[in-house]
Structures are given as C-alpha cells and as structure tokens.
Design a protein around this ligand. Structure first.
Ligand code: 9WN
Length: 442
C-alpha cells in the first residue's frame, strides 16, 4: 500500500468505528469507548477535524468521576448485551459508589494511562499548524483544562498516597498492558476467591485463543474486579485491601509528559499560578520516582509490587519509561537506547521488522502470539517514536516510524502483530492503530 492508500484506509477505519461523537476501540472485540484509546484516537482525528477530535475527549470527560478519575471504559448503551465482558451490568454495583458520576453514565470503575492532556494539547497544535479552528480549539482547552487538572490531581493523590511520584494500580487492566509479564508474579500471589460464573466473549472475536489471556489469568482479572466492586471503588479501602497493588512505571512516565502538556495548557488558558506550581511539582516528583525504579541489571526501569515490597522483574517495553518521560542523564539514556537496539528488543535478528516487541524475546514470559507477552503494538511504536523525537533522536525516530508504517501497509490495522512473521493479530480495524497511522502520515 502507498501512503495515500494507508491514509484512506485509516480514515475508513475511523469512520467505521465512529459512533456519532465518540469512537469504539474496534468493530466487534471492543464496542465501547476506552480511555487511553480515545486519547490516541483524538491525536489521529485531529488531522481530519480538530473539532471532532476535541469532541472525542469531551465525550470521555463527560463521564469523569467526581474524584477526578477518568474511567477506563465508557459503555455504549446501544451495544448488544453479549458483546463485551465484563460489560455495564457487571460494573453496575461499582458505579453506585459516591465517587461515580451522577446521571446515566455507565462506566467501569478502573482507569488507564493518562494520555489525555497530551492529546488535548496536540489538538491546539494541529489547529495552529493548519491555521484553522484555533478559537474552537482554545475554547475546548478552556473546558478540558480543569477536568484534566482534576484527573492528574486524582492520580497524584488517591493513586499515590506515598507521594512517590508513581501511579498505583489495582488491576493489570489499569496498565493497559493487561497480561504483560510485568504483572505475572504480582498476579500469581493473588488468591482467587469466589467468582461469579462468567463467559469469555473476547474469544469469539479472535481466530486463536492463544492470542488472548489464558483462563487462569482471566479468573484473576475477574476476581480483582470483584474486590474493586466490593470496595465500591474507594481508593482508601483498596490501598488497604487490594491483593494486587503495584506502581506502574509506564503510566507514571506518561503522566510526566501529560503534566508537561497540562502545564502548557495552563499557560494557554491563564490558569492560576498555584496550579502551575502544583503541576511542576508533580513533574519533578514523577521524574524522581522513575529514577528510583531503575534496575542496573536489566538496564530498564521496573514496576514495583507494593504487596510483596519488591520490584517486578520483567524485560518489557514499559522498561523504557525514562525515555518516554524524558528523564535521566545522558548516560542513562544511552544505556536505554542501547538496550532498545540490542538483540533483547529491536536488534533481535529474527524479527520481521526492527520494531519493539511488547516483551523481550529474552524474557521467560515471552510468547510471540499472546497479547502483551511479545507482539508488536502499533500504538506503542507511536509512543516510542514520539518520545525519541522529543529527545532529539530524529534518525532513530524516523527509522521506527518507517518500519511501523511498512508494517501497517498490510492494510489490516491490527491491534497487534506477531513480531517474527508480521502477522496481524487480535482485532482488525483497531481505531488507535488507524489514528497513529494518520498522525505519522499527516
Ligand atoms: C481491557 C481497548 C483495550 C486497550 C487495552 C488492551 C485491551 C481490554 C481487554 O483493549 O484491554 O481493558 O478486554 O483486553 O489491553 O490496552 O485499551 O483497545
């Protein structure tokens, strides 16, 4: 496929998934609005219509919880009941929490990495670059700013009572990298209690069950949902009772960059000085927190299991968190770039393209077809590309982008790709895959 054809296909995928003001993550596997998917989708949509991109985030923010949390899923009331599990009926008892949004919102009680402020700032940048829709974009930023500030404050307080600079998660789904080996040992320590009978609907939408988490992993996921619902999503309770409690370095790195974007937004909307002081402090603390999680042996940054009080040793794409956050000294950066390009990641000679596998082929948890355990994720390629660009690593960024686009020229717009064969896996026509392609080619 030529670049024009990739653009045309990407536009078609986003149209197909447009539910009238918001975008489902994919046609059948994910028929609802997902939090971080929406942010990436807005980044791509901005090149087609900045107003529609702003609308994507506005629709999501309309479902923000009273404590500032942006829910990980906003359910589509029109999706057939048997389309996704766990769906709105499964989460219903959690959303009677006092923190849940008032009104008819149907959301999950979890959250996902905070890409939103990055997307919001991007919308204004695109409007300015095209000299079109600038006023509307500014109005949008004025409306979104207090909500995004409340979101980041929620993460910096309720999700970081230790003031470590790092975000705590209660469920692997909150990391967005669900069954990654990042969480294996923390999940193994979770003792599964009584879970309701449930039917996996995800397996109906993929050709091979090996592409999705195993039954045992799913039982643990569902048990953790039960625990969270029992606590009525109360953060203070969950900090005490959740059997899974981990510091997530990828979400924390994204938060550092999102806080930088929020600081720029604060400038644009003329926010009070105390907001800026607060945001700057969050950035500083986030950077320090990430530096503390550096593992010299793997040469990567590691998540931390608060229950076992130990680092979660796994060689995954999340380990590049300092590159994403733009932290660390030159030596640390060189070290990380060395690991990124070593045979442990993009330098593996058997790879279809030198693109970062979600888990290193050297890790014991690596599995090339299984979800976050090895496949290449276009959206992660985008995140690393964007980070390398931000660090002034232009050549490396270009190389990554070219390979990622060459992969997408198969026209599938897959959710993820087998790293050695390049086969598209998971869902086809995944919205955020189309969105990042558009951003690359815009
Ligand atoms: C659970 C929608 C989401 C992404 C996640 C990805 C997958 C859901 C699932 O799909 O998670 O949230 O059912 O597996 O892991 O990152 O946001 O695309």
């Amino acid at each position: 496929m030529e670049p024009e054809d990739i653009i045309a296909r990407a536009v078609a995928v986003l149209r197909e998934n447009d539910m009238g003001g918001w975008t489902r993550a994919s046609p059948t596997l994910y028929p609802h609005q997902w939090s971080w998917d929406s942010a990436f989708i807005a980044i791509g949509l901005a090149h087609l219509d900045t107003g529609r991109a702003a609308g994507e985030l506005t629709a999501l923010l309309a479902n923000q919880w009273r404590n500032g949390k942006i829910p990980h899923i906003v359910f589509n009331p029109k999706a057939p009941p048997e389309s996704y599990f766990p769906g709105p009926e499964h989460w219903a008892s959690a959303t009677d929490s006092p923190d849940a949004p008032s009104g008819p919102s149907l959301t999950s009680g979890l959250c996902q990495p905070p890409v939103h402020a990055i997307a919001a700032r991007h919308i204004l940048e695109v409007a300015e670059a095209r000299n079109e829709g600038i006023d509307t974009a500014r109005v949008f930023l004025e409306e979104a700013y207090p909500k995004l500030f409340a979101w980041h404050r929620y993460l910096a307080t309720f999700r970081d009572p230790e003031d470590s600079g790092l975000v705590t998660i209660y469920h692997p789904w909150e990391s967005g990298t669900d069954n990654s080996p990042r969480w294996t040992s923390a999940l193994e320590r979770v003792e599964v209690g009584e879970i309701p009978d449930y039917e996996r609907l995800d397996l109906d939408h993929v050709p091979d069950p090996a592409e999705r988490p195993t039954g045992e992993e799913y039982d643990r996921f569902i048990w953790l949902v039960e625990v969270i619902k029992d606590a009525r999503c109360d953060d203070a309770v969950l900090q005490r009772t959740s059997p899974f409690l981990a510091k997530d370095v990828l979400a924390s790195a994204i938060l550092v960059k999102a806080n930088e974007a929020l600081l720029d937004m604060a400038e644009v909307v003329g926010a009070p000085e105390e907001d800026r002081t607060k945001i700057s402090a969050w950035i500083e603390r986030g950077r320090e927190g990430l530096e503390e999680r550096w593992d010299p042996e793997l040469g990567l940054c590691l998540d931390y299991d608060l229950r076992a009080d130990e680092p979660l040793k796994a060689s995954t794409i999340a380990g590049f968190a300092p590159l994403i956050a733009g932290t660390g000294d030159a030596e640390c950066r060189e070290g990380l770039l060395g690991v990124l390009e070593s045979p442990a990641f993009t330098g593996n000679p058997d790879l279809y393209k030198p693109l970062p596998p979600s888990t290193s082929p050297d890790d014991v948890g690596f599995s090339p077809r299984s979800y976050w355990r090895g496949p290449v994720w276009p959206v992660m390629n985008w995140l690393l590309w964007w980070s390398l660009k931000g660090l002034g690593e232009r050549k490396r960024a270009e190389r990554l982008k070219d390979c990622a686009l060459a992969q997408l020229s198969d026209g599938h717009f897959g959710e993820y790709y087998e790293p050695f064969t390049g086969e598209a896996l998971g869902s086809d026509d995944q919205s955020w895959t189309a969105a990042v392609a558009l951003d690359w080619l815009a």
